[in-house]
Design a protein around this ligand. Structure first.
Ligand SMILES: Nc1ncnc2c1ncn2[C@@H]1O[C@H](COP(=O)(O)OP(=O)(O)O)[C@@H](O)[C@H]1O
Ligand SMILES: CC(=O)N[C@@H](CCC(=O)OP(=O)(O)O)C(=O)O
Length: 267
């Protein structure tokens, strides 16, 4: 029987709030068994860019990453956020180890070719290239990998890759070795049917329903890549995918409470 692996992704709105981040990491540290944390940090990168006089442009939830922006996201994601999270987890007796996708060549990617938009140094993960057994080595030796949303092109450049995409690609790669469960944690209670009503959480969401509500305009901004990546993982064999509030991660994974939006495969 495969061991269970809980792979948790935490978004930038929580990371940017120290109290919320500390609470989340305390809860995450309590999760028993094998686990991985993938973090974003888009909000902090936007603030840091603005402090440096750089304008931020997002298209369909993805950052246009010119050379200057790549320097900012490398410092913010690979340095400030990744290392702060690792230190905070170590303070909770959670033996975290921080990675970008360049470390141990864990996530090779290719620079996205310019089309309607030129995303600059944005990286698309090459399908099938993540070798789960390399990550399993760390998991099986009692370590908790913490991934920054950076990949690399194997030609010396880091690339900026959406953290939801990294979480999905890692979950897919690791589902060969483990029964992998993927949790997208952010600052809302789940996928909402009405953005003005925080309680309008859809308990379940099928791909068919997602396509319909996307068409109606109920899904926007960062929720688009999040759900595209979430369904990709589910369809590729990840055991379960849940989108929930960051405050609930302890309730879900320590106390086994059902919360948020669970994706369903209706095909
Ligand atoms: N139907 C929806 N339900 C919940 N959030 C939505 C929805 N449509 C758009 N959003 C937006 O998507 C955002 C989540 O995407 P993003 O900011 O990329 O998250 P994260 O911080 O996890 O990376 C929410 O903050 C919200 O503003
Ligand atoms: C290419 C691209 O868009 N990369 C993302 C990576 C960070 C991220 O995904 O952060 P959140 O999870 O906080 O949104 C960005 O720079 O915003």
């Amino acid at each position: 029987m495969k061991k269970t692996l809980n792979l948790v992704k935490i978004g930038g709105n929580i990371i940017d709030d120290e109290t919320k981040l500390n609470q989340f990491l305390e809860d995450f540290a309590q999760i028993p068994g094998l686990k991985i944390l993938v973090h974003g940090g888009g909000k902090t990168a936007t603030e840091m860019s603005s402090n440096l006089g750089l304008e931020t442009t997002m298209v369909n939830g993805l950052r246009i990453t010119d050379a200057e922006t790549l320097r900012v996201v490398t410092m913010v994601y690979g340095g400030l956020i990744n290392k702060t999270i690792v230190a905070k987890l170590q303070a909770q007796e959670c033996n975290a180890i921080g990675f970008t996708g360049a470390d141990a060549n864990l996530i090779p990617a290719s620079k996205r070719a310019a089309g309607k938009y030129d995303f600059g140094y944005a990286g698309d993960i090459i399908p099938g290239v993540i070798r789960g057994e390399k990550i399993a080595f760390f998991l099986d030796n009692g370590l908790v990998p913490v991934f920054a949303p950076l990949t690399h092109d194997k030609a010396g450049s880091l690339l900026n890759t959406n953290a939801d995409t990294i979480a999905s690609a890692l979950a897919i790669a690791l589902s060969e070795q483990y029964e992998t469960r993927l949790y997208y944690c952010f600052e809302k209670n789940g996928v909402l049917s009405d953005m003005k009503d925080e309680d309008s959480v859809m308990e379940e969401l099928t791909l068919e329903k997602y396509r319909a509500i996307k068409h109606e305009g109920l899904i926007s901004k960062g929720m688009l890549p999040k759900l595209d990546n979430a369904f990709k993982a589910l369809l590729a064999g990840v055991s379960s995918v849940v989108i929930c509030h960051a405050e609930e991660i302890g309730n879900v994974l320590v106390h086994h409470k059902k919360t948020g939006t669970e994706l369903k495969n209706n095909s």
